[in-house]
Design a protein around this ligand. Sequence first.
Ligand code: XMP
Ligand code: MG
Length: 179
Amino acid sequence: MERIRLHDKYFKTLIPADEIQKHIALLAEKLNNDLKNEEKVLFISVLNGSFMFTSDLLKHIKVDCELAFVKLTSYHGAKSSGKVDNVMGLNTSIKGRSIVILEDIVDTGLTIQTLNELLLMQQPKSVKICTFLFKPDCYKGSLPVDYACMTIGADFVVGYGLDYDQLGRQLPDLYVLDE
Ligand code: XMP
Ligand code: MG
């Protein structure tokens, strides 16, 4: 178990890279099957946290698809601020499109709830939620989380795209706060 330091906090390995990759391959298999009859799926990846998940997952996707990146922030430091900003960077029309949102983590669910509402205003055919991590113990939302690559506890995690005050995104393993 590797212990690392980011800013003032220590973290220990929670999920090693090879295990993450196995789960991503399984998730991709499910998506390839579920999306096979959809016309040109549009994956909407939520920056910054989901860049690594998006990159690794899409290498396994075999259906025709397009990729868009959006930005929308709701999290500062180690505690959710609860404030969600607007979607930035979505220049493509999504009317009538089959959308799959790619998120790094679903915690309270506020972020995906807001993003989902903003996207639905543009009348897509469907919006599915696909997240790398899901914290069911923290979830307060009513939307179904259609695809969760991995489920974790309530503790704060970093690595594999996720940051602690902007540090740790490049780590290939997932780490959890070690107190
Ligand atoms: P909500 O509560 O809206 O939160 O579902 C989703 C966003 O909060 C961030 N988040 C985390 N970031 N480690 C992180 O690095 C965590 O454990 C964590 N929990 C939530 C994340 O940006 C996500 O998009
Ligand atoms: Mg995020």
